[in-house]
Design a protein around this ligand. Structure first.
Ligand SMILES: [Zn+2]
Length: 338
């Protein structure tokens, strides 16, 4: 069984000016116990998911109305629909022109052809805090650089999000949200003790992101969620050259799961902070847009070997737990959408 150890190394080596993105530890995938799986709602992973076996202690969704994972009428659906999936354009001319002395400019050229959002992010970040180097510093060949770009785009995405205060989700899609609006949101370590965390016994992200970096709040939770989408999108775009990246789907799933769980706790236990965040058009649309992009790439990459770990199916069910998807619906309603 393969592990994602190699793919994790890049994430462990960068400390941020404004926070961090650590990811290390044993990532050997192990199937969760059957009871954890059985406790979860079963569905086929389609866009619409009908309610089934909701948790007794949670707010019950309206079962006469199927819960929409993606609502095509709202911001998440619009972003989902408008995301242009990479078609893996030919880059052999660039491979032949590779020079180890010019890796950043070369990588931007590659990404502009394969995943233009990633190219834009590398360009805007301009190796801020060595974010580009994190993925490619040891790479001396074109294919080694290609394998590192998923990490470089992810880390440079954090720099743009946090240091430039603009969340870049596409060439013509960015959100300049006011960080002061969410400044007093609670630390994300509140997720460790909720009733969902135990449903993924082999959570590879918990220790780093919910414990070691557990002080970080909503803005940092969002940048992490958004950058794991970039990890997945970059790996998807370069899959013909660098296919091995099991944390791409795992991280994308995990952080969308975290975001909805965080929204739920915020709404129930921190109503002032919830009202401010959900009442702010920029922040609520950022969440909805991230949700839409995440599900676009999760759908596109479903079943692709090496882009997900052994718990992929479990994670898909966790992310589409009806009462958690309902948190997305609440943001749509706050946004004036059905
Ligand atoms: Zn990160």
């Amino acid at each position: 069984m393969k592990t994602s150890k190699l793919a994790l190394l890049g994430f462990a080596s960068l400390s941020f000016v404004m926070g961090g993105c650590g990811h290390s530890g044993d990532s050997t995938p192990i199937n969760p116990p059957g009871d954890a799986r059985d406790a979860l709602a079963q569905h086929d992973g389609a866009i619409d998911v009908s309610d089934s076996t909701p948790r007794a202690d949670a707010e019950l969704p309206d079962t006469t109305n199927p819960i929409r994972v993606i609502d095509e009428r709202c911001t998440d659906g619009e972003v989902h629909r408008n995301e242009v999936l990479p078609i893996r354009s030919d880059i052999t001319d660039l491979l032949n022109a590779f020079s180890a002395n010019n890796k950043l400019a070369w990588s931007i050229q590659v990404l502009n052809r394969r995943y233009p959002t990633g190219g834009l992010i590398l360009e805007k970040a301009n190796n801020d805090t060595n974010c580009f180097d994190v993925g490619v510093s040891g790479a001396s060949s074109a294919t080694e650089v290609l394998a590192g770009l998923r990490t470089s785009v992810h880390e440079c995405g954090h720099m743009v999000d946090l240091n430039q205060k603009t969340f870049v989700l596409g060439k013509s899609l960015s959100y300049d949200c006011d960080f002061a609006v969410v400044a007093d949101t609670p630390p994300r370590r509140i997720l460790v003790d909720d009733e969902y965390q135990a449903l993924w016994p082999k959570d590879e992200f918990k220790q780093d992101y919910l414990v070691d970096l557990g002080d970080q709040a909503l803005a940092y939770l969002m940048t992490e969620a958004l950058q794991y989408i970039n990890t997945l999108a970059t790996s998807y775009a370069l899959y013909d050259y660098a296919p091995f990246d099991p944390i791409a789907r795992d991280g994308t799933h995990a952080f969308q799961w975290y975001v909805t769980r965080y929204l739920r706790l915020l709404r129930m236990n921190y109503s002032t902070q919830y009202s401010r965040a959900a009442g702010d058009r920029c922040w609520r649309r950022l969440v909805l847009a991230g949700w839409g992009r995440a599900h676009r790439y999760l759908a596109a990459s479903k079943g692709m070997p090496d882009l997900g770990g052994a718990d992929d199916a479990l994670l898909e069910r966790l992310v589409t737990t009806p009462e958690l998807v309902d948190e997305i619906r609440r943001l749509r309603v706050a946004d004036g959408c059905p």
